[in-house]
Write a protein that binds this ligand. Structure first.
Ligand SMILES: NC(=O)c1ccc[n+]([C@@H]2O[C@H](COP(=O)([O-])OP(=O)(O)OC[C@H]3O[C@@H](n4cnc5c(N)ncnc54)[C@H](OP(=O)(O)O)[C@@H]3O)[C@@H](O)[C@H]2O)c1
Length: 297
């Protein structure tokens, strides 16, 4: 391995797992890894291991070429900006332009399943970034990451406490995959020497409806859990009135259910195994490993 690998957003949950898999699974020497983040002070443990840690904020375009200098392959982790349509795409375009200026050859990007013509309100940012990559001089790998099993932490603890899980997703299914598996796949894509263009849709080994999830979670923590199907409008009203979530954010969150309902995150693929050589973690295993956290509420 002679290429220097750079991971943006390295202090995020996914970024940390990617760096761990680069070091431990792919045996990339620490001095061949650059970790960029808005908060370098939070990565002092990585710096102590010999990883180069630099500050990079996609909102500060002028600083990025220096931050990316010396890297040949770069993992662009999509940012978490919500409620500002188009801002994330502008951030990603800043990063891509800086990568080209810094001499980066290959970019790996974390996208989402089926971003084209999607009812999901964050989809245009992902599709726009994919298009920007395709139009660039870079070679690229697009990782269309299905939804994290860890997203269930956002809904299940409260639902288990109330005994009710509200959804507007109908019988739509989600091919959940663990965040650690996505970190493993991203590390494999970044570390491999294959410069060919490619799109991988990374999913777990099975897709689950909300009813399926409720039954599994209920059994895992031994508490009753009923699924309550509601309209998207009622889901939004519940988030705004019940949980105090700003309406623009609630509308964005509810569009995930609309997207699920029309079966856009249900397809199971073998792409995770193709990249990593192993099977993804099963949801039942993940639930068993996390039932204490899920039952806490
Ligand atoms: N597939 C899914 O189910 C799912 C779920 C949630 C999120 N996501 C997407 O996947 C990404 C990684 O997930 P995660 O779990 O690691 O999320 P996270 O822990 O919330 O991390 C957010 C990430 O966004 C980066 N970021 C935010 N603003 C930035 C900026 N101005 N410039 C550069 N980087 C910026 C952060 O980097 P630093 O803090 O290190 O600067 C960090 O890597 C998210 O940002 C989001 O786009 C996917």
């Amino acid at each position: 391995m002679s290429d220097t690998l750079l991971v943006t957003g390295a202090s995020g949950h996914l970024g940390q797992r990617v760096i761990a898999h680069l070091l431990d699974t792919n045996k990339v020497p620490a001095n061949k890894i650059i970790a960029t983040t808005r908060s370098p002070e939070s990565l002092s443990a990585l710096a102590a291991k010999g990883v180069t840690v630099r500050k990079a904020d996609f909102d500060n375009a002028a600083s990025l070429s220096t931050a990316f200098a010396g890297a040949q392959r770069l993992l662009l982790i999509s940012t978490d900006t919500l409620g500002r349509p188009g801002h994330r795409l502008a951030q990603h375009k800043n990063a891509l332009e800086a990568a080209i200026n810094a001499g980066v050859k290959h970019v790996v990007y974390t996208s989402m399943p089926m971003p084209k013509n999607s009812p999901l309100l964050i989809a245009p940012d992902h599709l726009g970034t994919e298009h920007a990559l395709a139009a660039s001089s870079l070679t690229w790998t697009i990782l269309r990451n299905c939804w994290y099993m860890e997203n269930l932490f956002m809904s299940l603890p409260q639902a288990l406490a109330d005994g009710k899980l509200y959804t507007a997703a109908g019988d739509g299914k989600i091919a959940y995959i663990s965040r650690d598996d996505l970190g493993r796949a991203a590390a494999a894509a970044l570390a491999c020497h294959n410069g060919n263009k490619g799109i991988y849709t990374l999913t777990g080994s099975e897709a689950f409806s909300t009813e399926n999830i409720a039954r599994l979670a209920s059994a895992a923590v031994n508490k009753p859990l009923d699924v309550i199907q509601v309209s998207v409008e009622d889901l939004i009203r519940g988030m705004v009135a019940g949980a105090g979530i700003p309406e623009a954010i609630a509308v964005e969150i509810a569009s995930f259910d609309t997207n699920t309902k029309v079966h856009r995150v249900a397809a199971v693929t073998g792409d995770f195994r193709a990249l990593t050589g192993i099977a993804p973690q099963k949801l039942s295993e993940w639930l068993a490993a996390n039932n204490a956290t899920l039952a806490r509420a």
